[in-house]
Design a protein around this ligand. Structure first.
Ligand code: SAM
Length: 135
């Protein structure tokens, strides 16, 4: 099941450009507004779950955030994001993992998830996600 999930997302990112998928945002306005509403320090630890190749990370870097992690099941998505960011990608902690198998080595101040959680459809996946997020 996990393997199928990964295969699905790798195929999506291998075969589709950002303008060919329905979730792409030029500016992730709502996410930025929510994150900024917390008025945290620029050193706050922020993790974007299922961040894919979304541009949230670009805007957070531009705003001066220094502790950003992007986690995604798809290595292809992470590669695309890294390519787009160039040397700036070195300032991000990239994690390729299924969220349900993620073993955080630290805690995070802000846990962001846009359009990844809802792909977990069984009780087991959802409770694993919740347990990891709570931890
Ligand atoms: C609809 S896209 C949203 C991408 C991005 N968050 C955005 O707002 O543009 C869903 C993302 O979640 C990732 N994803 C799906 N299931 C996942 C899982 N079990 N663990 C980690 N990432 C997952 C996909 O690879 C994809 O990048």
């Amino acid at each position: 099941m996990e393997k199928e999930r990964k295969h699905h997302w790798e195929t999506v990112y291998k075969t589709k450009k950002p303008d060919q998928v329905g979730w792409t945002q030029k500016i992730p306005k709502t996410s930025l507004e929510i994150i900024n509403s917390f008025e945290v320090d620029k050193t706050a630890k922020i993790i974007d779950i299922g961040g894919g190749d979304a541009k949230l990370v670009d805007y957070l870097l531009e705003q001066g955030f220094t502790n950003i992690t992007v986690l995604d099941i798809s290595a292809e998505a992470i590669e695309k994001a890294k390519k787009r960011l160039g040397v700036k990608a070195n300032n991000i902690d990239w994690i390729i993992s299924d969220i349900t198998e993620f073993e955080p080595k630290t805690t995070y101040d802000i846990w962001h998830d846009r359009a990844a959680f809802h792909f977990l459809t069984t009780e087991e996946q959802i409770s694993k996600y919740m347990a990891i997020a709570k931890k």
